[in-house]
Write a protein that binds this ligand. Structure first.
Ligand code: PMP
Length: 361
């Protein structure tokens, strides 16, 4: 098979080494004569996966001791409901920062459980979309927490500034950037992320929650979304998505072997810089996000002549550059450059883009 590079926004590319290890041990995992999918989640062999994966994740993200790590179901969207129902306590309000599609979706879901206040932080600067600095965010004084999304996967918009909101509890949807760079976990009350971009296969959702926030859940909260119940049961309140958990554990080991998150941050920065440079140096391609808020992992771009987009997508697919079609809401193209995408993949894309200009520019 010819080599292809998969730019899907999620489920996304996984490291080739991880897939090949999973393939090798699929039918006879750890000499058990069966696959990891077919054994009890409470067996001592699977508990080893559970413990090792949590230890590796804690090491990678340098997670402080007063945080619980929960391996959940339901994707990030389940967390849109779980967050208010776990954290509101006696409050009726929560602040929702609106930076794009996903943070707005979290706000919409929260309306079922409380009276969330939406705070728009985007504005136009020189014709480009930008985010106001955090010191200008008009936060309220009676909110249970502040929710935001540091990387809007569809819009290609990032908020890299770190929150410093005093006693306020900060909740962040890190679905598209978790593990793509080092992170100061202690700035947050809750961090959550669906697995299918930078962690492993779809089906697993990570929640990292500060311990003092446990125990405030609404009585109506389904137990399966209750952080205290999950923490008390070591994420084994019911049967967890064992295969996704196992594979994520292999990804954590792979990340450690690559040199950890600082190294991944450097590589992701280099990949994004190469692609943005190619876009900026031509009049043929356009990205409409202000430089300071450009996402390092989701790079949307359009062709100045949008009549050529279908041809671009068709020819890129033939050239082995997969899943470059932008989200249906924004159109154009989008290249997602998560950890598993090598620099070589981005270089191949850039070469294709320059050749496309030579043919049709
Ligand atoms: N938040 C962000 C930032 C996302 O990118 C996505 C998925 N693309 C979601 C939430 C929804 O995730 P899930 O499909 O796991 O519910």
């Amino acid at each position: 098979m010819n080599k292809v590079f998969n730019f899907s926004s999620g489920p996304a590319m996984l490291p080739a080494e991880v897939l090949s290890q999973a393939q090798q041990e699929l039918c006879n995992w750890h000499g058990l004569g069966t696959s990891v999918m077919e054994i009890s989640h409470r067996s001592k062999e699977f508990l080893e996966v559970v413990q090792t994966s949590e230890r590796d994740l804690r090491e990678l993200l340098n997670i402080p001791k007063n945080y619980k790590v929960l391996f959940c179901h339901g994707g990030a969207r389940a967390q849109f409901a779980a967050v208010p129902m776990n954290l509101l306590g006696n409050h009726v309000r929560a602040d929702y920062i609106d930076g794009g599609y996903w943070s707005h979706s979290a706000f919409t879901e929260a309306q079922k459980y409380c009276n969330p206040r939406i705070i728009n932080v985007t504005y136009e600067r020189d014709g480009l979309l930008a985010i106001k600095p955090m010191c200008e965010w008009a936060l309220s004084s009676d909110s249970a927490y502040v929710h935001y999304c540091p990387n809007e996967t569809i819009d290609g918009l990032a908020i890299d500034e770190l929150p410093d909101f005093g006693e306020r509890i900060v909740v962040a949807d890190f679905s598209s950037t978790i593990l793509s760079n080092s992170l100061e976990v202690s700035r947050f009350g809750v961090i959550y992320a669906g697995a299918q971009k930078n962690i492993g296969p779809a089906g697993l959702t990570l929640v990292i929650v500060r311990e003092d926030l446990l125990g405030n859940a609404s009585k109506a909260l389904p137990s399966i979304l209750d952080y205290s119940v999950l923490a008390k049961n070591d994420s084994m309140f019911n049967t967890p998505p064992t295969f996704a958990w196992y594979l994520s554990g292999l990804v954590f080991k792979w990340l450690k072997k690559q040199g950890g998150l600082e190294e991944m941050g450097k590589r992701n920065q280099a990949k994004a810089a190469l692609l943005y440079r190619t876009i900026d140096e031509s009049d043929f391609y356009q990205n409409t996000i202000a430089t300071s808020n450009r996402s390092r992992v989701n790079v949307p771009f359009k062709l100045e002549n949008n009549k050529l987009e279908a041809l671009f997508l068709q020819q890129s697919q033939t050239a082995g550059l997969y899943a470059l079609k932008g989200h249906r809401l924004v159109g154009g193209m989008r290249a997602s450059l998560y950890n598993a995408m090598p620099l070589e993949g981005v270089q191949t894309l850039v070469d294709f883009m320059l050749e496309f200009i030579r043919c049709y520019g």
